[in-house]
Structures are given as structure tokens and as C-alpha cells.
Ligand binder design. Structure first.
Ligand code: PGA
Length: 261
């Protein structure tokens, strides 16, 4: 795992976008795994700008999102399909048919989840997966004690996740309690992972995911078992890390990071 700390949230988002753009420039038909949430909004804004400026081309990119709320239609403003369309897909030159999220309206949960998993596999797997982390340590909606080898399925959200996200719903109680999510195992199957963590309120969970024990109690810690992970944090999110000095030293001295200095 590599850990890169940027001074501001904006710098951290910019670096994340740059890494994604470089991956697309190296592999134009990249299978890109995407995440939602407040953390990702500035990353997508940056990618939109880069696309407009001709610095990255999404025409052959395929995307798979981590999760979707059960029961929400694509035109519901709180669905992750709506979030992705309005923050990214409608503003870049991606082919809409190449963008995938679980269908929140599917009634047969198992069938939808299995199809989603199959679609990822048939596309050749995810090349680069973008991840945030929830207040309860989740990646996707893999809540605490999710199996570390889980595949796409429906999960019941924790009260903590409910509290974190119901602020976006009107009324707050209309937030679904179930969501489709890629499993921890699905995420670990991707070839490369970038996790972005922003803000003081994530400092504790960031330290647990990066430096704590690998445990299903914090599914974000599963990234420790993956062989190609970069975690990008702003100063606030990095404030509880014990090995901080080493992370800065490694970033400065590893030639592969030279183009990002
Ligand atoms: P956030 O959500 O970016 O809105 O903090 C992240 C998550 O819950 O995974």
C-alpha cells in the first residue's frame, strides 16, 4: 500500500483525478470502478474539466459503480445513477451504454446482484477501482462484518450509514435501508485501487483502515490484502496516522511518484 498526503482536500482530489486520467491515457478502454459520495464530487469536477480541455478521453471507457440504493429509480435525485449522470457522465464524452450501476428497481435482488457480478467479469474485471470510506469503515456498502470474500449482493445499511446519508433525503426517513453493493471480494478482484479520504471526521477510520488490523469490522481495512493500492488523504484525514513521516519520505523518494510531485 502507498499513502499520499496532500495539504488540502482540493489537492487530494486533483491528484486522484490526475491518476485516473493517466490510467485512461495509458489504457483508453479502461474498466473503471467508480464511487459516489461527497468526497468524489471534486474528483469528478476535475475529470470533467480535463475532458473539456482534451486531456482525457472517455470514449472507450467502461464504468462500474460500487453500489445503488434498493428501490430508487434512475431519475430519483438520490439515486446513485442520478448522482453519476449529473456529476460526471452527462458532462463527459463517455458512451452512456458503457456506464453501469446495479438497477435499484430490480425486484429479484439475487438475480440483479449475480448479473452485475457477471457483467463485471465478462468485461474482463475492473482495472482501476476508486473508493471512498464511510464513517463506519465501509467500502461500497459493505457494512461491518461483511465477508471479506463477498460478491455483489444486497446489504442492510447500518444506523451509522443511515445517519450519514439521510441528510440528503427529504424527508430523511425516505432513505432506503437496503442497497446493492459490490462485495469486498469483488473490490479486491480489481487490478488497482485508489482510495480517497477527506476531512477530520474521517481521521480515525482512515487510521484504522490503513494501519489497524485487517478486520471485517472495518471493511476498508481489506485494502491491506490488495497488492496495488494507493490511499490519498488530505492533512485533516491523515492526522491520526502513525507512520506519517514514512509516507511523505516514500512519496518523495519513489521515482514512480515523480510526475505527481
Ligand atoms: P462520503 O461517503 O464521501 O459522502 O463521505 C463515503 C462513503 O460512505 O463511502
Amino acid at each position: 500500500m502507498e499513502v499520499i498526503i496532500r495539504q488540502t482536500a482540493k489537492d487530494a482530489a486533483k491528484l486522484t483525478a490526475k491518476m485516473i486520467a493517466n490510467a485512461i491515457n495509458e489504457t483508453p478502454d479502461l474498466n473503471l470502478g467508480l464511487a459516489t459520495g461527497a468526497t468524489m464530487e471534486p474528483v469528478y469536477a476535475e475529470l470533467v474539466q480535463m475532458n473539456c480541455a482534451g486531456k482525457v478521453d472517455f470514449k472507450d471507457v467502461t464504468t462500474f459503480n460500487l453500489d445503488e440504493y434498493v428501490g430508487l429509480s434512475p431519475n430519483n435525485k438520490n439515486s446513485y445513477r442520478y448522482y453519476m449522470d449529473s456529476n460526471l457522465f452527462d458532462k463527459i464524452n463517455i458512451k452512456k451504454e458503457n456506464t453501469h450501476l446495479p438497477n435499484g428497481l430490480a425486484l429479484n435482488y439475487d438475480k440483479e446482484a449475480n448479473n452485475y457480478e457477471k457483467m463485471i467479469n465478462e468485461a474482463g474485471g475492473i482495472d482501476l477501482q476508486l473508493l471512498g470510506i464511510g464513517n463506519d469503515g465501509h467500502i461500497g456498502f459493505n457494512e461491518p462484518i461483511s465477508s471479506l470474500s463477498s460478491k455483489t449482493r444486497v446489504k442492510v445499511l447500518t444506523p451509522e450509514t443511515y445517519k450519514q446519508n439521510c441528510i440528503y433525503f427529504n424527508p430523511p426517513e425516505s432513505m432506503p435501508k437496503l442497497a446493492f453493493t459490490m462485495g469486498v471480494g469483488t473490490i479486491l478482484n480489481s487490478k488497482q485501487i485508489i482510495m480517497l479520504i477527506i476531512g477530520k471526521k474521517k481521521a480515525n477510520i482512515a487510521a484504522q483502515a490503513i494501519e489497524g488490523p485487517l478486520t471485517s469490522m472495518v471493511t476498508g481495512s481489506a485494502i491491506q490484502a490488495h497488492k496495488n493500492v494507493t490511499v490519498i488523504l488530505d492533512e485533516d484525514a491523515a492526522s491520526n496516522l502513525k507512520m506519517r513521516e514514512y509516507y511523505d519520505f516514500a512519496f518523495k523518494n519513489n521515482p514512480k511518484w515523480q510526475r505527481y510531485q
